[in-house]
Design a protein around this ligand. Structure first.
Ligand SMILES: O=C(CO)[C@@H](O)[C@H](O)[C@H](O)[C@H](O)COP(=O)(O)O
Ligand SMILES: [Zn+2]
Length: 203
């Protein structure tokens, strides 16, 4: 809810309350689906496959953050897990965007790196970013499964997800920043469950 015209301190307290309320509500709505998403990640890794992740702007950072925690570690000592954040090589991204289109930057990497059985995590608060939609389409074509983190009404991205194979975690808000704040909590929840269910650990 927009609350302009307030003094800055009140505005900031309002932001914290809005974020906390959305987190509380999303936890109640999505906890079982987050548990299923962790199962999808676990099945992918146990089958010897890997996780790819992508997003734009802040969500690109979220994809990289999550991958960092899989490859390094989260809360316990455990072996590194195979995960790759897409879009992190400026040479690949600029060449693809320049020679083809910005819409293809992630799809090309999915075609290059994705193998049947891998999981592609796509993060888009609107569910409408063209490069993310093309990545999801390329993943489906190559036999990957999708884990969709989105917001708003899920956009075309949520519609691409197949009920039997993919999972959608949709945060029920229209504000990009608030959705991203909840996405980060979801990602940390997934890390905790991966630690716990694959290695018997976690705080
Ligand atoms: O971090 C933020 C806003 O908090 C921005 O960088 C935001 O991620 C960008 O505008 C993205 O391009 C939005 O894309 P999407 O989430 O709609 O796919
Ligand atoms: Zn941001």
């Amino acid at each position: 809810m927009e609350q302009h015209g307030q003094d800055p301190t009140t505005r900031i307290v309002g932001l914290f309350n809005e974020s906390a309320e959305l987190k509380r509500r999303t936890g109640e709505e999505l906890a079982p689906t987050i548990v299923e998403a962790a199962r999808l990640i676990r099945e992918t890794l146990l089958a010897g496959n890997k996780v790819l992740a992508c997003g734009n702007g802040g969500s690109a950072g979220d994809a990289q953050h999550f991958v960092g925690e899989l490859v390094n570690r989260f809360e316990i000592e455990r072996p590194p897990l195979p995960a790759i954040a897409l879009g992190t090589n400026p040479v690949t991204v600029s060449a693809t965007a320049n020679d083809y289109s910005f819409e293809e930057i992630y799809a090309k990497e999915v075609q290059a790196l994705g193998q049947a059985g891998d999981l592609l995590m796509v993060i888009s608060t609107s569910g409408q970013s063209a490069n993310i939609l093309q990545a999801a389409e390329a993943a489906i074509e190559r036999g990957l499964r999708l884990l969709v983190l989105t917001g708003a009404d899920g956009g075309e991205l949520a519609d691409l997800a197949r009920p039997e194979e993919d999972l959608v975690l949709r945060v029920d808000s229209r504000t990009t920043a608030r959705i991203q704040e909840v996405h980060i909590l979801i990602l940390h929840g997934l890390c905790t469950l991966v630690d716990q269910e694959l290695f018997g650990g976690g705080a």
